[in-house]
Design a protein around this ligand. Structure first.
Ligand code: NI
Length: 161
């Protein structure tokens, strides 16, 4: 198990565009393994490679239902509907904001074996796909959040003693 340091807002690598993955070499395989370890340790829903300082078009997403997804070189080819809700980001710790996203998206990408896949995402998965693909284009949700960001209150802080 190897986790990597999560870059935080203000780090300029988060504003840069990631490059397409052409060959899935050992370095990239290790990166993907480390991204999964980093995501699960941070208890996040999704993570994009630039968040661990690597400008490659790779994201990992686990929304807690369905298969965990390793997604390479993703492109959104269709969007429909709208959802407005809370969004957070491991690169913006302790904060959340209100963001409007499509309710459904269709994404074409490669999987962890560099095989072409089409991913249909709805609800939280659609939100996660849009959020992580934004990271690959150098964008954070804070740029499109409606109103000021709020502090996240964690469950264990809500308990009255
Ligand atoms: Ni994020």
């Amino acid at each position: 198990m190897a986790t990597r340091e999560i870059r935080e807002i203000g780090d300029e690598i988060l504003n840069r565009k990631s490059k397409e993955v052409k060959i899935l070499g050992l370095r990239t395989k290790v990166l993907i393994d480390d991204m999964w370890d980093t995501l699960y340790e941070a208890m996040g829903v999704g993570l994009a490679a630039p968040q661990v300082g690597v400008l490659k078009q790779i994201i990992v997403i686990d929304v807690g239902e369905g298969e965990p997804l390793t997604i390479i070189n993703p492109k959104i080819i269709e969007k429909s509907g709208e959802q407005t809700g809370n969004e957070g980001c491991l690169s913006v710790p302790g904060k959340q904001g209100t963001v409007t996203r499509p309710m459904k998206v269709t994404v074409e990408a490669l999987n962890e074996n560099m095989e072409p896949v089409t991913i249909e995402g709805e609800g939280l998965l659609a939100r996660a796909l849009c959020h992580e693909i934004d990271h690959l284009n150098g964008h954070l949700y804070t740029e499109i959040a409606e109103g000021p960001l709020e502090d996240v209150v964690y469950e264990d802080e809500e308990i009255d003693e």
